[in-house]
Design a binder for this molecule. Structure first.
Ligand code: PLP
Length: 351
């Protein structure tokens, strides 16, 4: 039986139709601005996000690094949640590329408040780093796929602007937040100077990210793209995957969210698993194991045909996506149940 891969929504593979659309894409020299498919993707993405322009980039890691470099100067400080992606999973790019310091705040499932922003802003004093930027992650990744309420986004943005700060939206999974909340992408994006949108996660394209904003900021971002070696040639082949994703794979994210809830509800019935299905807002399920170490559990479920990942702090993370069906979810629950019975039986026996 093929592996049921709940490791991440990065596991999605391009569908046959997406591959055909990619193969047929018109191409040109992207670095010169002459690739018609890249240009079409950038225009559609800018429209979706309600911004003047958008830039096609190889990854959201590069997109976030460029956003920080454009919106802050070396030595400046960026306020973000302590679980935020740039703080843990971008190879230190915020420091190495943008030269910024990170000022993590302790949010709730990755969501912080205007009061926390106010408390984290440094006084205007040459002793301190200068606070320059607030970065918001929506949905939150290590925060459990939580969706920022639009009113919280707006109050954080209002507070940030009161201090003259700029704003970045790490919307790697913004469309999950849009589908789950009903808040349009352009409304979520409106308070931000720059917005990252990942094409290669739940949207299902094999490669690519979007950075959107006004023309002046994007001209600077384009320079960073060139500097980092992110400018490409006949990139329309891969941009076509992103274009196809924006046209066909947004609304269906609701299926992933339903499957994640189905998984959480199934797991909640199993002995030795702690999960609160009410916390599952999008396509991620985080849960805890009783008497079993995730380091033992994860390889054991792989051997039984299901892959999940470590969610940090002793938790397990499972992510649903377009290559996972409701039947796969039911099978995954069965596998977790039988693996837990086996591992806890062994543990009890040892004691
Ligand atoms: C995955 C992710 C990124 C980076 O995307 P890559 O495609 O891995 O470069 C950035 N931010 C968040 C919140 C993510 O989940």
């Amino acid at each position: 039986m093929p592996l049921i891969d709940l490791y991440s929504d990065t596991a999605t593979k391009p569908s046959a139709e997406m591959r055909r659309f990619m193969a047929d894409a018109a191409v040109g020299d992207e670095q010169k601005g002459e690739d018609p498919t890249v240009n079409a993707l950038q225009e559609e993405a800018a429209r979706l996000l309600g911004k003047e322009a958008a830039l096609f980039l190889p990854s959201s890691t590069m997109s976030n690094a460029i956003a920080f470099a454009v919106l802050a100067r070396p030595g400046d400080e960026v306020i973000l949640d302590r679980t935020a992606h740039p703080a843990h999973y971008e190879g230190g790019g915020a420091g190495a590329i943008a030269g910024v310091l990170l000022r993590p705040v302790e949010g709730e499932r990755g969501i912080f408040t205007a009061e926390q922003v106010r408390a984290a802003v440094r006084p205007d004093d040459p002793h301190f780093p200068r606070t320059a930027l607030v970065s918001v992650e929506n949905t939150t990744n290590q925060g459990g796929g939580a969706v920022w309420p639009i009113l919280v986004v707006r109050s954080v943005a209002t507070e940030a602007r009161r201090h003259g700060l700029r704003l970045h939206l790490d919307g790697a999974r913004l469309m999950n937040a849009v589908v789950a909340s009903g808040t349009p992408a352009r409304e979520y994006a409106a308070p931000f100077d720059l917005v990252t949108l990942c094409l290669s996660k739940g949207l299902g394209a094999p490669v690519g990210s979007i950075l959107a904003g006004d023309r002046t900021l994007l001209a600077e971002a384009r320079r960073w793209k060139q500097r980092l070696g992110g400018a490409m040639r006949q990139a329309g082949i891969i941009a076509a995957g992103g274009l196809y994703a924006l046209r066909h794979n947004i609304d269906r994210l609701a299926d992933d969210h339903a499957n994640a809830r189905r998984l959480a509800e199934g797991l909640a019935t199993l002995p030795g698993i702690h999960v609160d299905p009410a916390t599952v807002e999008t396509n991620m399920v985080f849960f805890e194991l009783e008497d079993v170490d995730p380091g033992t559990f994860l390889p054991a479920i792989v051997a039984a045909g299901v892959r999940m990942s470590s969610g940090g702090a002793g938790r397990v993370r499972a992510v649903t996506h377009l290559d996972v069906s409701a039947a796969d979810i039911d099978r995954a629950v069965e596998v977790v149940g039988s693996v837990m019975r086996e591992l806890r039986g062994t543990a009890a026996h040892r004691v």
